[in-house]
Design a binder for this molecule. Structure first.
Ligand SMILES: *Cc1c(COP(=O)(O)O)cnc(C)c1O
Length: 228
């Protein structure tokens, strides 16, 4: 049985546009990032044919293999997985965005390794918004200092904040961490930064994220199906 990727894409875009309307967000203020980790290049190609151009990957080698297979297509690649030190060069050389920067050292390496032939690498700082001990991400208390340091790196362009909140069972519970991320972005902008991106919301909570100001939602399962 073949999957109807065009229909799935239309369903997800309709969810995004319905949420924009329902929560008084401007039309087309939320971008869709299709998260293709563990899914094959032909699934990405099918979604690209249906009109999707931005794809998110979590594992560097898997991503590089798919990029090579898909090099004939004009796609924009976003790195969204944990960034180990030995992976920064591959990310700096092959991606347009990195959403999961959770150490200053990682940002400094990406800055040093970004090729001069490419535009600056777009960066989101990952925030541990629920203060879970096991989670990646900066604490809210340190992010102002970190953001100023990262914003000063010339081969990077600091765009905003990213978070993966702990799952919540109801809509109001889903909204709370997203609201905290939005308030954090607003405080940083009031202090002189110019962050235009809130990377938040996945298949199960994209409406709550849009209600709280997401500008980019990262959607895997609702587009590609469950991961093996
Ligand atoms: C896998 C992943 C997603 C997509 O999650 P779904 O629930 O499948 O939509 C989004 N963001 C990150 C960082 C991920 O690792």
């Amino acid at each position: 049985m073949s999957i109807d990727f065009a229909a799935r894409l239309q369903t997800v875009l309709a969810r995004i546009h319905d949420a924009e309307r329902r929560f008084q967000r401007p039309v087309n203020s939320v971008r869709l990032l299709a998260v293709s980790k563990t899914h094959p290049a032909n699934a990405i190609a099918a979604l690209a044919t249906a009109g999707q151009s931005c794809f998110g990957e979590n594992y560097l080698q898997e991503a590089l293999d798919k990029m090579a297979e898909l090099r004939a297509l004009e796609l924009e690649w976003h790195f969204i997985g944990p960034i180990q030190t030995n992976k920064t060069r591959g990310i700096a050389e092959h991606f347009a965005w990195a959403h999961s920067v959770d150490r200053v050292k990682t940002a400094e390496r990406l800055n040093a390794q970004r090729p001069a032939t490419l535009p600056p690498l777009n960066i989101c700082l990952e925030i541990n918004i629920d203060q879970e001990p096991s989670k990646h991400g900066f604490d809210e208390s340190e992010v102002a200092h970190v953001a100023r340091r990262v914003a000063a790196l010339p081969r990077l362009r600091l765009r905003g904040l990213m978070a993966i909140p702990a799952p919540a069972s109801d809509f109001d519970g889903q909204r709370q961490p997203f609201a905290r991320l939005r308030e954090l972005r607003d405080r940083l902008n009031a202090e002189g930064l110019a962050l235009d991106t809130l990377s938040m919301g996945m298949s199960d909570d994209l409406e709550a994220a849009i209600a709280e100001g997401a500008t980019l939602v990262r959607i895997g399962t609702a587009l590609f199906g469950h991961r093996a």
